[in-house]
Design a protein around this ligand. Structure first.
Ligand code: PBG
Length: 346
């Protein structure tokens, strides 16, 4: 004999709401009985329009190189980046984010290659824009692919110099805007950089360049594979500028400041380990809030998939849907093309 659970008086989680009754009048499983019914009551849905595809650009022609820690992701030469951009449009992915693998010989203490109008990301952006696609191009604003020490800012003595770095980021932003970037994404976590970049864009009459600020970016262990991908060898760590993973109230101040300085959208990074932050930021500000499923998250999933411990498609889609549930407007993810292809057929 099964013992009967006593009837529940108020099944509502909110004590002030009317009594709703309980089992057996209510059986939560009824709505889950078939896939059509589950589709009918689904609260969140993932679509290709939610995805931003990060790509790595390398020198050469018809060149692709693998990245050991990121199975399935390749660095692509500019011509192949344009093909990938066309593929993004075919798949309904609205935007791509470009990151350069800069020749180590061009990495310097002053990051001067970042201001070269013919650097890899600028050339790739021009090539994509020349193809006249309905596709947004996002460029990272940060110095780490260009510095010899791998930091996002300029080192003066032992310190990442905030204001000197901001001046450099403004120069980088203007070069990237000139190349045709639609969205600038400062990922450096300097104080005041959004305001400085916004003021410079306005002064140049570039009123429509969007800024997606990496507003709540944590000093995380999960960026390791990305540094392999862009060939960045970091001396030390980024804890004097990226946020302490212990903090969440602080993210609200970071986001408030970036919005006040002129950001159009904000980002939380990394993604899955920081969904609580995505939820707080999206609830608090009601602005487009993006999340970055970073390289380490991708690598973890791929490692488990390669071992046969997780199902590729299911783990991928579940991890991406989690961002929507947490309130994200969209997700930067290395799974973007695979997820979009799968979503088109399911
Ligand atoms: C550069 C930058 C990083 C990432 C995006 N932009 C690395 C870092 O801040 O150290 C990480 C992306 C990823 O891990 O996928 N500032």
């Amino acid at each position: 004999m099964t013992s009967r659970v006593p009837p529940i008086k108020n099944a509502s989680p909110h004590a002030t709401e009317p009594v709703l009754g309980g089992y057996p009048a209510i059986r939560m499983r009824r709505n889950r009985k078939a896939s059509w019914s589950r589709a009918l009551v689904a609260e969140h849905r993932l679509s290709p329009a939610d995805l931003i595809w990060p790509m790595f650009v390398t020198e050469g022609k018809d060149a692709r190189t693998t990245i050991a820690s990121m199975p399935g992701v390749e660095r692509l030469s500019v011509d192949l980046i344009v093909d990938a951009a066309r593929e993004a449009v075919r798949l309904g992915i609205p935007a791509v984010a470009l990151f350069p693998f800069t020749d180590p010989a061009k990495r310097t203490d002053d990051a001067r290659e970042a201001f070269n109008a013919d650097n890899l990301v600028c050339r790739a952006t021009r090539a994509i824009k020349a193809a006249d696609l309905d596709l947004g191009v996002i460029l990272d604003v940060a110095l780490d692919p260009y510095t010899s020490h791998g930091h996002d800012g300029l080192l003066i003595g032992d310190e990442i110099a905030n204001d000197e770095t901001n001046a450099a980021l403004v120069k980088q932003s203007l070069v990237q805007a000139e190349a045709g970037a639609d969205i600038l994404a400062p990922s450096d976590m300097m104080d005041g950089r959004i305001g400085a970049i916004r003021a410079a864009l306005e002064a140049e009459g570039r009123h429509n360049i969007q800024i997606m600020s990496y507003a709540a970016k944590f000093a995380s262990a999960f960026y390791g594979p990305f540094r392999d991908a862009v060939g960045s060898v970091l001396k030390g760590d980024k804890r004097t500028y990226q946020m302490d993973p212990a903090n969440t109230d602080e993210t609200l101040r970071e986001v408030a400041l970036d919005l006040a300085e002129g950001a159009d959208m904000v980002m939380v990074k990394p993604g899955l380990p920081y969904l609580d932050v995505v939820r707080r930021v999206s609830d608090t500000f009601k602005v487009p809030t993006f999340a970055y499923q970073v390289s380490g998250e991708y690598a973890m999933l791929q490692a488990a998939i390669a071992n046969g411990w997780l199902d590729h498609d299911k783990a991928m889609l579940e991890s991406l849907l989690a961002f929507k549930r947490a309130g994200a407007a969209g997700v930067l993810t290395y799974f973007a093309p695979k997820a979009a292809r799968l979503l088109a057929t399911t």
